[in-house]
Every structure is written in C-alpha cells, then in structure tokens.
Design a protein around this ligand. Structure first.
Ligand code: NAD
Ligand code: WQD
Length: 335
C-alpha cells in the first residue's frame, strides 16, 4: 500500500516505518522535525533495505496534507505526530491542543477531502488515568487527567464520530502502554532532547555516566516494592502491531481499539535491576518523593490485541534494556 506516516522520524514512527517498508509498503513520512532529526530517514533505509520518502511538513497545514495525500496517491495514514510530555502539557496546554487535536483535525479534514479512509492512530494508556484495577482492558472508563491525556481522549472521540458518520472510514486506535527499547541494529531509538521525562532513557543516561543518579519517584506506593509499576513494551513489538492493525482494517473492514502492552508490570526498581544486568554496571539511584500526577500501577490486559490481530509482545524487559543500552552507547559515540 501507499502509506503516509506522520511523525515518522520520531521514536515509534521510525520503527513502524522500518516494519512497513520491510513488508513491501511504500512509505511517505511527513514530520516537522520538532522532536526528531532528518538523518533518521537514512537510518530507516539502512534497517529496512528500502527508502521512505521524506517531506518536511506540519500536520496542521491542511492544504499541505491534502497535497501529499493526492500527490502520492496515499491509501492509508499512520498518525504518530504529536507532542507527548505530560509535564510540558500543563505548562503549554494551548500548544498541546493545537498540535495534537488541531493537527489531527487538519489531517482528518484532508483525508476526507482526498477520500482516504484508513487511519491508524497513536493513542495511549494515559486515557485510563488512574485505573481502578489492573490489568486494565479497553472497556475501562477513560479519564483525561492532564492536558496531554485530554488531547488523546478528544482525538479518540473525533475519530469515533467520523467512523459512525462515514461508512467507508476505518480506524485503528492503538493505546500504547510504556514504549521502551530500541531497534536491535542500534540505528533507531529514542532521542530525548534535554532531561528525559521517561524512566528507561533516564536510566540509560545514568548507566552511560551522562547523569549522576536515577531519582526513583516514590517508594511508598501500594506495590510489591513500593515503587511505581508499569507495562513496558518493546518498540519493535509495538511497530509490528501497526502493520498488523493496518492489515486488520483492510481485511475486516471494521474499526478497532486495542491496548498494546505485554500484560506484565515491572516496578522502577525492577527496571533499574534489569538495566544493570544489560549494561554490566551499577546504576546509582536515590529515592525521592512521588512525582505529581503519577499512578501506582498501570498494566494492560492485552488479550483483545491477540484475539483480533493475532499480535502479542515477544520481547521482554531484558531485551528492552539490552537494545536501549546498545542504542545509548552508539548514540553517545555518534554525537
Ligand atoms: P516522538 O516525539 O519521538 O515522535 C513524534 C514525531 O512527531 C516527532 O518526530 C515530531 O517531530 C513529530 N511532530 C510533532 N508534531 C508535529 C506536527 N505538528 N507536524 C509534523 N510532525 C510533528 O514521540 P513518540 O514517542 O514516537 O510518540 C509517537 C506517538 O505515540 C505520539 O502520538 C505519542 O503521543 C504517542 N505515544 C507515545 C508514548 C511514549 O511514551 N513514547 C506512549 C503512548 C503514546
Ligand atoms: C515510569 C515509572 C515513574 C522517571 C508516561 C506518560 C504516558 C505515556 C508514557 C505518552 C513511573 C518512574 C520515571 C524517573 C522514576 N506517554 N520514574 N524516575 O509516567 O508511566 O507514562 O509515558 O502517551 O502518558 O505519562 O512513564 O517513564 O515517565 O515513568 O522513578 O526519572 O518510572 O514515577 O512509576 P509514565 P515514565
């Protein structure tokens, strides 16, 4: 298929592009490079053995999106482009609504105008807020507990409304849990700018000596070791799920909302220990107070993804840490 991937030079989008290209699809990336680098395109090509087309552009530019959809004869869209930092979304709510909701609206308008009816959308487990129980399945109540989460909730609802109005429109809403790891080649991975917000890239930078210690946010949660529990999912497993969701839309001609996680929860201390094993170094850590807005535990019931897509995670926490460490080491050497 001829596919448009918005945000395709970002962390998850770049892995999805590599997977889609390897399956024989034609890929056009639109990214404004707000949080990624143009040289990722070469690295995707090196991993996949085929080049994606790259167009520097902004999803909020409806005319530009329409020109891409028509000009490239696009048949389906994978929409990753978004801002994603929870704390920043409190500081800049307008930027988040503009980019994430406004960007999705512009893209959806252009898709309607160009009669492109297939969409795979990057949603997030953040839509569950503080889940009443874990594992959390797709029927759990959704709660937008911060501006970023609300942008995902709103976009999910906009997509559902379009699907109920336009008979030909098919969307897969994919709720990622905690993406982690990197491509095993060491060529693709996460490039946090400044201080990483997420645990795994922070731990990787401490292991590399770029930061002095991991701050463990809270040791008094009602979890086995008192630290926060999450469902870390290897980005390569996540990428594969996008290709499979796309195939589902084409095959079944039905919409889909699924959790993408492993179904297993790991604590902050579990992650640090697994990373120590992967890198062979001791990782200094310090217990500090809870981070505002964090929940004790969140992990997926991922059974629907298996039932509908035949997808399940194959790579565990050890591989996530090994691949994140390889990426961290190569990145330090490259930069
Ligand atoms: P990322 O920042 O690495 O990638 C996003 C890409 O989108 C970047 O390359 C950025 O330059 C681009 N972009 C942002 N705004 C744009 C715009 N207006 N026009 C064009 N390009 C734009 O983030 P990621 O981790 O790869 O996340 C991808 C998607 O998955 C996002 O929608 C994010 O909200 C969602 N998600 C991420 C996580 C996570 O923890 N990484 C978890 C759940 C959901
Ligand atoms: C994981 C655990 C922290 C950093 C966020 C977003 C969510 C989704 C994924 C996009 C928690 C602890 C972290 C650190 C720590 N993104 N931690 N020290 O908060 O589960 O989810 O990213 O959709 O919306 O909220 O991920 O990696 O930040 O934290 O102790 O330096 O690690 O308290 O328990 P989180 P995270």
């Amino acid at each position: 298929m001829r596919l448009l991937v918005t945000g395709g030079t970002g962390f998850i989008g770049s892995h999805a592009c590599a997977d889609l290209l390897a399956r024989g699809h034609e890929v056009t990336i639109v990214d404004n490079l707000a949080n990624s680098r143009a040289d990722v395109v070469e690295r995707i090509a090196a991993v996949a053995g085929r080049r994606p087309r790259f167009i520097m552009g902004d999803v909020r530019d409806r005319d530009a999106m329409l020109a891409v959809l028509r000009g490239q004869g696009i048949e389906g869209v994978l929409h990753f482009a978004a801002l994603k930092a929870v704390a920043e979304s409190w500081e800049k709510p307008l930027a988040y609504y503009d980019n994430n909701v406004g960007g999705s609206l512009a893209l959806l308008h252009a898709m309607q105008e160009a009669s492109v009816d297939l969409l795979v959308f990057s949603s997030s487990a953040t839509v569950y807020g503080d889940p009443e129980h874990c594992p959390v399945d797709e029927t759990a109540p959704r709660r937008g507990t911060n501006p970023y989460a609300r942008t995902k909730l709103m976009t999910e609802d906009i997509i559902a409304d379009i699907a109920s109005q336009r008979r030909t429109f098919r969307a897969a809403t994919l709720r990622y849990f905690n993406p982690a790891g990197a491509h095993p080649s060491g060529l693709l991975g996460e490039e946090p700018s400044g201080v990483p917000n997420n645990l795994m890239p922070y731990v990787a930078q401490v292991a590399a000596g770029e930061r002095s210690e991991v701050q463990v946010f809270g040791g008094d949660y009602p979890t086995p070791d008192g630290t926060g529990v999450r469902d870390y999912i290897h980005v390569v497993d996540l990428a594969r799920a996008h290709s499979e969701a796309l195939e589902y839309l084409v095959r079944e001609q039905r919409c889909l909302t699924v959790n993408l996680g492993t179904g297993r929860g790991y604590s902050v201390l579990d992650v640090i220990t697994a990373f120590e094993r992967a890198c062979g170094r001791t990782i200094p850590r310090k217990l500090v107070p809870r981070r505002s807005g964090d929940v004790a535990a969140c992990y997926a019931d991922a059974s629907r993804a298996f039932e509908l897509l035949g997808w399940r995670a194959r790579l565990g926490i050890e591989r996530m840490c090994e691949d994140a460490w390889r990426w961290q080491s190569r990145r330090a050497a490259r930069d």
